[in-house]
Design a protein around this ligand. Structure first.
Ligand SMILES: [Zn+2]
Length: 439
């Protein structure tokens, strides 16, 4: 090699290394029918500019993004692109040599929102471009900082009882209110770690909340789902297992009637709330909770979520009832939030009392409920939520598939995929649902 050329190359490379402080590590394109999200994973907070270009031959509508002092080794032509909005993604010559310019060739003039996101596990620094067809967007007035189309699924978690109401009490003196809160807290953490989901606690400590106010609070939180966590008790020590309850408008069948008759009072200490209801019976309590929690048009969701929860709980604990039980209550005001009441086990059964107190078992129960809720919403996405952004956000594991094959197919790293699904090992089960990390 000619010495001068070599010298020039060294100068070029060193200047490049000096200016290129940031780096694009990967690029992903997430396509939904009328929406596309492009994500750049970066080493640091991006310093960027962007602008639109109108068609001029041979190009059509374009969106240009300039990353300042940035390098990239990503081969854009190889980035999987199923978007109906982006014809191509390519590199172009930037105004300054140290910058990295990316051009999106678009099918039409699109509404674009470009913003940086800070690291939140399992993701690092990102630059996000949201593209939307103009036709759908009559919301021109919206602020750039607001992303109304994309929101989390909100799950309100109601730890049963609390404060002066201990709920059922086991032979060893375990209070239902304590177990319910501990399982609820574990569930809360799991949900909040899940991209696209947000958990809110109806009660976060050892205090009592009026039954009316529990559903009222869920409503105020704009919850998509209300989960009420309890533990069962009867005078007999033998009954064991978990059960899942939803509201039904059908008349109570005899089985439910029997169940309610056998059920011990959840508490003698309901205090004012119980008096207001005119009864301290556990079925009244349950009835009232359910009554306040559900509504006609949310029954389908309740039933779907409840079935998933029953299926997943069956993998980690004994079931008292294999399928969700509908408590049939004749008179209903229509509560508007899909609601499920989970009896996590019998605190009156000595073995289950011990289990319900064990952190390991509590964790298993919380994990099962979390998986159930997630798989329900992945299979039945709510429009306008992150979980509804394209089918590529979930993957059902088929025979012969490995984690690395799946990671490769979706253009994510093995580490990202494992983190997003909180997998410690590489083993997969057939039918297992994986979240494919997005941004
Ligand atoms: Zn209870």
């Amino acid at each position: 090699m000619n010495k001068n050329i070599l010298f020039a190359l060294i100068i070029f490379l060193s200047s490049f290394a000096c200016f290129a402080q940031n780096k694009v590590n990967s690029v992903r394109i997430w396509a939904a029918p009328e929406h596309t999200r492009v994500v750049f994973d970066l080493k640091k907070t991006p310093d960027f500019n962007y602008f639109s270009l109108k068609p001029s031959k041979p190009y059509g509508h374009r969106l240009v993004i300039d990353f300042k002092s940035t390098a990239s080794a990503v081969k854009l032509a190889q980035v999987a692109n199923k978007s109906k909005l982006i014809k191509a993604i390519r590199v172009s010559k930037p105004a300054q040599a140290s910058h990295y310019r990316v051009v999106l060739d678009l099918v039409a003039a699109l509404k674009a929102q470009v913003f940086a996101l800070k690291p939140t596990k399992p993701y690092g620094h990102r630059l996000v471009i949201d593209l939307q067809t103009q036709a759908k967007k009559d919301v021109q007035v919206q602020s750039h900082s607001v992303i109304p189309e994309n929101r989390d699924i909100i799950v309100a978690i109601d730890a049963g009882h609390g404060g002066e109401d201990p709920g059922s009490i086991g032979l060893r003196g375990t209070h239902e209110k304590k177990v319910a809160l501990e399982i609820s807290r574990r569930l809360y953490k799991l949900i909040n770690k899940t991209p696209g989901m947000k958990a809110k606690m109806i009660r976060s400590g050892d205090y009592y909340i009026n039954l009316h106010y529990r559903s009222e609070k869920a409503r105020k939180l704009k919850a998509d789902l209300l989960l009420s966590i309890h533990a069962d008790a009867v005078f007999n020590r033998k009954p064991k297992g978990a059960s899942v309850w939803i509201l039904s408008t059908r008349r109570a069948n005899s089985e439910i009637g029997r169940w309610l008759e056998q059920k011990e009072k959840h508490s003698d200490l309901l205090g004012g709330a119980a008096q207001a209801m005119g009864s301290t019976d556990s079925e009244r309590y349950l009835a009232r909770t359910l009554l306040d929690m559900s509504m006609d048009n949310s029954r389908t969701v309740s039933h779907g979520v409840a079935s998933q929860i029953a299926n997943h709980l069956a993998r980690v604990t004994t079931m008292h009832k294999r399928r969700p039980v509908s408590a049939s209550l004749a008179v209903l005001k229509s509560p508007d939030i899909p609601s499920v009441l989970i009896e996590t086990g019998f605190i009156s059964n000595p073995t289950e009392e011990r289990l319900l107190n064990s952190p390991r078992h509590q964790k298993k129960l919380a994990q099962a409920i979390h998986k159930a809720v997630l798989s329900f919403y992945l299979a039945h996405p709510v429009p306008g939520t992150y979980l509804a952004l394209g089918s590529s956000t979930k993957h059902h594991v088929r025979s012969g598939e490995s984690l690395s094959v799946i990671a490769q197919r979706y253009g994510v790293s093995l580490t990202q995929l494992k983190k997003a699904n909180r997998l410690k090992k590489n083993n997969l089960k057939i039918g297992q649902v994986l979240i494919i990390p997005r941004v």
